[in-house]
Design a protein around this ligand. Structure first.
Ligand code: KIV
Length: 275
């Protein structure tokens, strides 16, 4: 009797090995059904701390907690059987010390079943990335625009313009040397993203960066047109689900008010006829 081996999710090492081959397809997901939708098409599913803004109505990612990431991480891993699931480390869960970062990263991995964590920061986080990777925790780095630093940066601005490009290049090299298996480049000029992609041996995953990156990531609610509070300029809408949902709910409300909504007795009558 032949038994099929259960399908295994891609590992951080698999993603790392994709450098210079087929582009990596990455999306966020925070729930089981959405992870199930993304999984067949994606190499990597990120349980981003964008969940705070997209699902919880928070004004930024700064109020996202470990408990929120664990809850959503657990839900997303249930829906992904193929893609690598990466969980974001929330603000203030890793910056204090490598030991604090290890404690929280280990908890995120153990309690969600995810295959890796992501954290924001370049050179100043290199020691922490090294500490985690040396202890068996795969780390995806995130440089360029780092939304958890929005107050220090003074807004969600493009990073690495002009002379500032060298800072971002140094960040990319630092996280690579520290052992990150991939690096997100957010909101940096395309030429800079292309330079970094050529300079580092780990995959670059762009968001508002360049089509030349080794992969791309988007917040799924943005690309499906579900999150309408604001739209970053770089987001392409592949669907307009909020508009569709509004139309569907308006139709339902109209039918309820007009008493044309199918009443249970009609449904039960049909069931009787079918017997
Ligand atoms: O939190 C998030 O969704 C992210 C992606 C936008 C890269 O960090």
């Amino acid at each position: 009797m032949s038994q099929q081996a259960p399908q295994k999710n891609l590992s951080a090492a698999d993603i790392r090995a994709r450098k210079g081959t087929a582009p990596l397809v990455c999306l966020t997901a925070y729930t089981t059904p959405v992870a199930q939708l993304a999984d067949p098409h994606c190499d990597l599913v990120l349980v981003g701390d964008s969940v705070g803004m997209v699902l919880h109505g928070l004004p930024s990612t700064l109020d996202v907690t470990m408990e929120m990431m664990i809850l959503h991480g657990r839900a997303a891993t249930r829906g992904a059987s193929r893609a690598l699931v990466v969980v974001d480390m929330p603000f203030a869960s890793y910056e204090e010390s490598p030991a604090q970062a290890f404690r929280n990263a280990a908890r995120l991995m153990a309690e969600t079943g995810a295959g890796a964590v992501k954290l924001e920061g370049g050179r100043h986080m290199a020691e922490t990335i090294r500490f985690l990777t040396d202890r068996g925790i795969p780390v995806m780095a995130h440089i360029g625009l780092t939304p958890q630093a929005v107050n220090a940066i003074g807004g969600y601005k493009v990073q690495g313009r002009g002379a500032d490009a060298d800072r971002i290049r140094a960040d990319a090299r630092a996280v690579e040397e520290a052992g990150a298996f991939a690096v997100v480049l957010e909101k940096v000029p395309a030429a800079l993203a292309d330079t970094i992609t050529a300079e580092v041996d780990i995959p670059t995953v762009g968001i508002g960066a360049s089509a030349g990156c080794d992969g791309q990531i988007l917040v799924i609610d943005d690309m499906l047109g579900l999150f309408d509070a604001f739209k970053p300029k770089f987001v392409k809408r592949y669907a307009h689900l909020a508009t569709d949902a509004d139309r569907a709910i308006a139709t339902y409300a109209k039918e309820v008010r007009a008493r044309t909504f199918p009443a249970p007795e009609h449904i039960f009558a049909d069931e009787g006829a079918a017997k």
